[in-house]
Design a protein around this ligand. Structure first.
Ligand SMILES: Cc1cc2nc3c(=O)[nH]c(=O)nc-3n(C[C@H](O)[C@H](O)[C@H](O)COP(=O)(O)OP(=O)(O)OC[C@H]3O[C@@H](n4cnc5c(N)ncnc54)[C@H](O)[C@@H]3O)c2cc1C
Length: 451
């Protein structure tokens, strides 16, 4: 009797314990993916296109046996399991707010037909909720979480799976892939393993030195592969040794695990500030002027070169370097006085690695309202950050052609250069020093209101 392996955020065959558990039933597996409108509709074109590419790759690895169904998972998972005469459906746990609710609904619907939903593993090295303080409560600060996460440890990668794959009902086919104005990187398990191997061979040893320099190919760009589970973080962790650079990389993987843990504790924190004062009391800007400011930010026309380069990289590639994500997020919240949720929604629409936990909490960290937040009064200087982390100006010139004529670091300060605006680069929409002070004043007023 076959078992169903229901793929969601684990689009790979290797190091996949849930698939292994399905194959262990009798060696015959129905590999199922349900294109769920509740996730597909809000995903945005970039993530939709990437998902189609990733599904094609998974289907190829299964010799065309990936069973695609479109619609409500409650209906389709039950239908497929019944058609296959399966008594078990196997999944890796989903700890996102929607995924956890969906799985409970599917579990109940399956149980009504005597079919079991079996959960094995998760998209994390250590499942959210497992790492706790001695008193059983969750960590709210990253560094102690990291130490406890290391102490907890994780399993080695799972063994390869041998199975016969079958399709008991008609396949609905791939969802339509949206056209994008740019190419996405290759998707799928093979691409993930190759990218990881290339990063390990060439760039990992210098990661601690180069990871903050957006003009340099210094980070792994594994986010989209991890997001869709084309590689498991455990596979990555198993390859890391004890050098300084490997340690720093392990800590970045741990941020992903920490934010998943925080979202698991507080599912509403995907949309609401962990520090409720920022939603209830903070005087955010709104109205037509605020919309105009948002538009300038989103299209990379703020007049601050480092910010604009980042926002244009996002629109040009569906990706932005981490250092620049922090700077543009700080700019939206503290220079433009707009709520982090607006920026987070824009990121989710455009980032190919858009992930609810890492995105919402990356934003909350920068905005100063999250767990382990950077203090609100830490306001990134968009010019100073550019000069420090893009000292040659190469990053700015790459994404902002109106500044391509400015040599070296002068690309960060067109206002100081004769002819700086000759090619149509916009003037600064706000004065950073004045808006920084305004942000601090509003913060002080918010604190005083609750005192
Ligand atoms: C405002 C903001 C929004 C963000 N939104 C997302 C998002 O939607 N999805 C996402 O995966 N990351 C997000 N991040 C975190 C980080 O920017 C990206 O993970 C990283 O830039 C991805 O590039 P990389 O794979 O080359 O990273 P590397 O530096 O090579 O890091 C390796 C992996 O570690 C994880 N990681 C690294 N830094 C972080 C971090 N700060 N938080 C969580 N995980 C991390 C990622 O899985 C990443 O792929 C956000 C950060 C900020 C400040």
């Amino acid at each position: 009797m076959p078992a169903v392996a229901w793929f969601r955020r684990d689009l790979r065959l290797g190091d996949n314990p849930a698939l292994g558990a399905a194959a262990a039933v009798d060696g015959t597996v129905v590999p199922l993916f349900v294109v769920d409108p509740a996730l597909w509709e809000p995903a945005g074109d970039v993530r939709r296109a990437y998902l189609v590419d990733s599904l094609r790759s998974l289907d190829d690895s299964l010799d065309g046996k990936l069973l695609l169904q479109h619609g409500d998972p409650v209906t389709h998972v039950v239908n497929v399991a019944r058609a296959a005469d399966a008594t078990q459906v196997h999944i890796a746990a989903d700890y996102g707010p929607y995924g956890a609710r969906r799985d409970e609904a599917v579990r109940e619907a399956l149980a009504a037909h005597g079919i079991e939903l079996v959960t094995t593993g998760s998209p994390y090295a250590v499942a959210p909720g497992r790492v706790t303080k001695d008193d059983g409560t969750a960590y709210r600060v990253y560094t102690p979480f990291y130490r406890a996460w290391l102490r907890h440890g994780w399993r080695p990668p799972a063994a390869d799976v041998e199975a016969d794959y079958v399709m008991p009902v008609d396949c609905h086919g791939y969802p339509e892939r949206p056209d994008l104005p740019f190419e996405l990187p290759a998707a799928g398990e093979q691409a993930a393993l190759e990218r990881w191997a290339a990063f390990r061979a060439k760039r990992l040893k210098a990661y601690d030195d180069t990871r903050n320099l957006p003009a340099v190919d210094g980070t792994s760009v594994m986010g989209h592969h991890l997001k869709w589970g084309e590689i498991h973080p455990r596979t990555i962790l198993a390859d890391l040794g004890d050098s300084e650079a490997e340690d720093v990389y392990r800590k970045e993987i741990a941020w992903r695990e920490f934010y998943a843990d925080v979202l698991h504790q507080r599912p509403d924190s995907a949309r609401v500030s962990l520090d409720a004062r920022f939603d209830d009391d903070f005087p955010w800007d709104s109205g037509k002027d605020a919309d105009r400011m948002f538009e300038a930010w989103a299209t990379g026309r703020t007049g601050y070169p480092f910010v604009d380069a980042g926002m244009r990289q996002l629109l040009a590639e569906g990706w932005m370097h981490n250092r620049v994500r922090m700077v543009v997020a700080s700019f939206l919240v503290k220079d433009l006085h707009l709520p982090w949720q607006r920026g987070a929604a824009h990121f989710m629409r455009w980032l190919r690695d858009g992930d609810l936990a890492s995105n919402s909490h990356g934003w909350q960290w920068t905005a100063g309202c999250g767990t382990d937040a950077s203090p609100y009064y830490r306001v990134f200087n968009p010019v100073g950050q550019g000069e420090k982390f893009d000292p040659t100006g190469d990053y700015v010139r790459r994404y902002v052609p109106e500044l391509a004529h400015l040599p070296g670091k002068t690309a960060h300060t067109p206002w100081d250069v004769l002819g700086g605006y000759d090619h149509g680069y916009p003037e600064r929409i706000v004065d950073h020093a004045a808006e920084r002070q305004e942000a601090l004043d509003r913060f002080a007023a918010m604190k005083a209101a609750r005192a």
